[in-house]
Design a binder for this molecule. Structure first.
Ligand code: OSB
Ligand code: MG
Length: 370
């Protein structure tokens, strides 16, 4: 694969609603759109890092810096035959997984376009349709959460995830169960807002038949999560704590979780996502694809990885129109049936960029050449 040009574009996309989690809120999503040009094709991906280092240590600015100073130069000075070569090339660079994943993902898209196959197929995915869920943020009142749950259940989403934090947890879950019943596939995501001191709250949550509790404890912990898991019958799902396949192996070995949330950006790319998927499959640990408030480009990548067989739990890839007035892919990523997205079978990510929309959101563009 000859890489002729790499374009980075920083976009600021206003969200249709304020998305609040236990670590902060987002009203404008900053992202870096990566376009890699080679042999008449172009591959795209986006960096999912947030504006500020509260979900992970990376930010929009650190991603740009790492790509410009260290990663793009490697791509221009080494032979690349497959996306796996990119994974190997970036391995000596410590962490900075979201920066790595954005470049590696664009090269996966380019590679599958050059081969004339879908990204899903290039990754080994076989599904043509995926079930998806939705992640509902922290709202000013429990009633406002209930209104959102009602709306999104009406759209057929197959999993309802609600964000919790100390003081906004049991009450929310109880209200959802009382109003919508035991049958709703429901889970809670704490984004590391609790410690073992909150064991009583966790045990209360354990009474509500949740599909899982996501990342209750520290972002860098797998030891306390193992202790907590032994106290609960609800599976723990790890998000922030898992950065690579070795983290996943250790968490499984320790019994720190029963489920893993795979986010392509958090684990450094599609190649590593596949490794984690395969390891979890071998250990009967189901996985699902998390979300980072992506544009349609990131959504398309999420759909492709979710087409792999051990993604048996609906992920957070909701429809574009939930987030954006206008997405940066033509027609947006929209539900084909209630709670379901189609896996495109056209080459690469299967979505065309909407250049006019990109023009409305872009605040910085730089081109790099060998
Ligand atoms: O923890 O899964 C998370 C958004 C930003 C950062 C972290 C998380 C999330 C979400 C949103 O839950 C998922 C989405 O709708 O994209
Ligand atoms: Mg999470």
């Amino acid at each position: 694969m000859k890489i002729e040009r790499i374009e980075l574009q920083q976009l600021h996309m206003p969200l249709r609603f304020r998305f609040e989690t236990s670590f902060g809120y987002t009203t404008i999503k900053e992202l870096i759109l990566v376009s890699v040009y080679g042999e008449g094709e172009v591959g795209h991906a986006e960096s999912v890092a947030m504006s500020a280092p509260y979900y992970s240590e990376e930010t929009t600015e650190t991603v740009w810096h790492m790509m410009e100073k260290f990663m793009i130069p490697k791509l221009f000075t080494n032979e690349i035959e497959t996306p796996e070569d990119v994974d190997r090339l970036f391995a000596p660079i410590r962490r900075n997984n979201m920066a790595k994943a954005a470049l590696e993902g664009a090269i996966w898209d380019l590679y599958s376009k050059q081969k004339g196959i879908s990204l899903a197929k290039a990754l080994g995915g076989e599904k043509s349709v995926i079930d998806v869920g939705i992640s509902i943020g922290i709202e000013p009142t429990v009633d406002q959460v209930l209104a959102k749950v009602e709306r999104h259940l009406g759209e057929g989403y197959k999993k309802i995830k609600v964000k919790i934090k100390p003081g906004f947890d049991v009450e929310v879950i109880r209200a959802i169960r009382e109003r919508f019943g035991e049958g709703v596939p429901l889970m809670a995501d704490a984004n590391s807002a609790y410690t073992m001191e909150h064991l009583d709250v966790m045990k209360e949550l354990d009474q509500y038949g949740l599909m899982m509790i996501e990342q209750p404890l520290a972002h860098d912990d797998i030891i306390d999560h193992a202790k907590l898991q032994r106290e609960l019958s609800t599976p723990i799902c790890l998000d922030e704590s898992i950065h690579n396949v070795d983290d996943a192996r250790k968490a499984i070995e320790l019994g720190s979780c029963g489920i893993i949330n795979i986010k392509v950006g958090r684990v450094g790319g599609l190649t590593e996502s596949k490794r984690i998927h395969d390891l979890c499959q071998a250990h009967d640990i189901p996985v699902w694809c998390g979300g980072m408030i992506e544009s349609g480009v990131g959504r398309a990548h999420n759909i492709a990885i979710t087409s792999l067989p051990n993604f048996t739990i609906p992920g957070d890839t909701a429809a574009s129109s939930r987030y954006w007035e206008e997405d940066i892919v033509e027609n947006g990523v929209e539900l084909m049936a209630p709670g379901q997205l189609a896996v495109p079978d056209s080459p690469g990510i299967g979505y065309t960029l909407n250049q006019k929309a990109i023009g409305n959101y872009v605040i910085r563009t730089t081109n790099f050449r060998p």
